[in-house]
Design a binder for this molecule. Sequence first.
Ligand SMILES: Cc1ncc(COP(=O)(O)O)c(C=O)c1O
Length: 354
Amino acid sequence: MVYNFNAGPGILPLEVLESAQRALSDFNGTGLSILEIGHRTAAFEAVVCEGQQLARELMNLSDTQEVLFLQGGATTQFFQVPMNFLASDAVAAYVDAGIWGAKAIQEARLWGGVEVIGSSKADGYTHIPKSYAIPAKASYLHLTTNNTVEGTELHDIPETDVPLVADMSSDILSRRMDYRRFALLYAGAQKNLGAAGVTLVVIDRTQLGRQARQVPGMMDYRKHIEHGSMLNTPPVFAVYVSVLTLRWLHAKGGAEVLDAENRQKSDLLYGTLDSLPLFRPTVAREDRSRMNIVFRIEDPRLEQAFMERCKDEGMVGIRGHRSVGGFRISLYNALPIGHVRVLTDLMHDFAARH
Ligand SMILES: Cc1ncc(COP(=O)(O)O)c(C=O)c1O
């Protein structure tokens, strides 16, 4: 048995993998592989339409929000967002709460002014900055809703009239949230939504066209909307796996159910960490992520011993990011609570022995 706690690409539901496998040899009875069909066929257009519809329903989007399946990962959104929304003489506000957000800031600076209105960098990103003033003139406010590396999550989205932009790569559809509040949100699919190679972008079309910079077609959200995510050949297989995952999320009951399940899973793990002095969670309690749980063991020899014990029991993906060290356990939507229980039982046993 393998327990997959990878931070991304992360665990996918078995039924999604099995459906994807069937589609590799015969997609929907066409006699062709999903890898062989034309993206402009009715069969594949139906997949994209279904994906858009499911995302719309799962996030309860408004009529003006468009759903796009783009390429280039969340990293491309780091510059595509300012390219489209930030004029060279304007300013965007950013919150610097983790290494991914810091990369977004770096990229935005290439296109216009950036005001970092809050940063927890000096504290090693162990908490999320919350007391800041959002400049009313800002073209947008960029947030990272879950800091995958550091293990913090933004539990309350700030109230503001400034358009909100969010990187939701590691917590999209893992919890209840008012997705209508965002002018733009994006998520690389490979954690909670499907396979690497596709990025979900939700964009409020009323926010487009506010600045005049000419951008290449592939970078222009308006062109992608106009062409229904088919401006060029989309990553057909990755889109298909994401649509299967959205179907699975929908059948499960959507964000409401996932919110409850993810709370249970993370409460179980944090509860165990808090009850065993051997383990030390590294981030501020009120900012703890429900998706990526980061902790350390003070004694490096014990850290090594725990790593080996976990490996022996079939656990993968538990090593913390190299910038943080220690351990990171990712509890994405597809991870059953039973797998968390196996880990917490092991932790109790390990603590009793050491
Ligand atoms: C919060 C966050 N943003 C951005 C990225 C980068 O995503 P991609 O590899 O899809 O460009 C990651 C990847 O782990 C992430 O966790």
